[in-house]
Design a protein around this ligand. Sequence first.
Ligand code: PHE
Length: 360
Amino acid sequence: MTATSAPADLNALEAELIGEIDRAENLGAIEQVRIGALGKKGRVSELMSQLGKLAPEDRKAFGAAVNQLKTTVTNALESRKSVLEEAALSARLANERADVTLPVRLGPQAEGRIHPVSQVWDEVTEIFADMGFAVAEGPDIETDDLNFTKLNIPPEHPARQEHDTFYLSPRADGSRMVLRTHTSPVQIRTMLSQRPPIRIIAPGRVYRSDSDQTHTPMFHQIEGLVIDEETHLGHLKWCLEEFCKAFFEVDEVKMRFRASHFPFTEPSMEVDVDAAAIGKPGRWLEILGSGMVHPNVIRACGLDPEKYQGFAFGMGLDRITMLKYGIPDLRDMFSADMRWLRHFGFLPFDVPTLAGGVSS
Ligand code: PHE
């Protein structure tokens, strides 16, 4: 190339490159044109390296002309590229359609399972929530005072032995925390922190040092507590009957209230359900302990037992889970065996609702 022929060559090159750019049909082709023109060995770049061979007086004009060419080509590439990008996007949008009427394809959710006890925990909560009960909670590690003393079980009371308590190491003041042996301390916590009328349930884990076919060191209970000025035994019976019908999803349940004894209720009753509710008539199944809250307990919470009374119950969640869903062995429930969970577990989308028939 000579200095005199340069401008003409640049015009020809420009026309040629613009032509290539206009004819590029896709982003790949446009990239090829760019490399061919502006890449390290591209035709425009090569021109710059020829600058040194020119006579000094020609260099300035030629350099400016090449730069001009470079700008023109760059702009043409950019605008063609954005046209092609937009076309590519439109093509994709036209092609990739989502049919929103198709059923949901379960991903990882289809793999996971909700443990039957968690499911029943939600079912029971749903049923009592519908009757106007709020959910209350307490810690698994509880004070001796709340787990026993305020529940009318003073130190040295024989009922303490029956509970096979797990004690924690004594603290500096000699007192010992316990793993709560029942959910009843939540009764106390609630009465100490709320004014009547009180209507709560408290599902949770409880612990007893006991392990055989029908006992595990950790298990689940759900506590119920109602306190106001005129609650009586009839309310307790109605409430539990309504619960059992809703839970076992039957129109009628036969229930048996057996006189029993708990230090924190008077009178106390254990409640059995006729196994007809689970298709095995003629057998009684014990499902809970209950009674009218003992005046000593109401007094220990700073309330006047002359004015306030109510009922309480404590139900074994694992027990009613096994009954409802035909689970044969209690210990399997806590063995963390995936095969067991896959068989007895629930899909995460199976959220219990009363409207949906609780267990759906
Ligand atoms: N806390 C008792 C138990 O664990 C059950 C119960 C609760 C009984 C409330 C009466 C009232 O056995």
